[in-house]
Design a protein. Structure first.
Length: 138
């Protein structure tokens, strides 16, 4: 991807940094019932590590959507999805040290007009997927 600042949504990243941290904490514990988007089935780390720090959170602009991410309409409820890269430091269980990892996160919005099949509603972002980034958000 070209290194073009217009492809990064700095404001959205700033506004959702706390949300990303909360979702990653849930991913670390494996307690994903209220963090994982409806229709997703991935598992968390089951306390193998706990979130120590989020060192970077970069999100693609809505208008930079392409096959690698950006804003998209996906999922059973056609809720908007935002894609970004996050770099975190995990504290490994048992005092085994720390681990720095970068992930591709997809956040799905559950808006008030979009009540999900488990009854959740309201303006809220859920973790739709977490994986290895294939190209950086710049």
């Amino acid at each position: 991807m070209p290194r073009d600042q217009t492809q990064e949504d700095v404001e959205f990243a700033r506004d959702t940094r706390d949300t990303a941290e909360t979702l990653l904490r849930a991913y670390g514990t494996g307690e994903l019932q209220y963090a994982r988007a409806v229709g997703t089935t991935f598992r968390g780390l089951d306390n193998a590590a706990s979130l120590n720090d989020v060192t970077a959170w970069r999100v693609r602009n809505d208008d930079s959507a392409d096959s690698a991410g950006g804003a998209a309409e996906t999922g059973d409820d056609d809720a908007p999805v935002r894609v970004g890269d996050v770099t975190v430091i995990w504290e490994l269980s048992g005092g085994a040290g720390t681990l720095r990892c970068t992930y591709r996160l997809e956040l799905r919005n559950d808006s008030a007009d979009n009540t999900t099949d488990n009854g959740r509603s309201g303006e809220r972002w859920y973790l739709a997927s977490i994986g290895v980034p294939t190209e950086a958000v710049t």
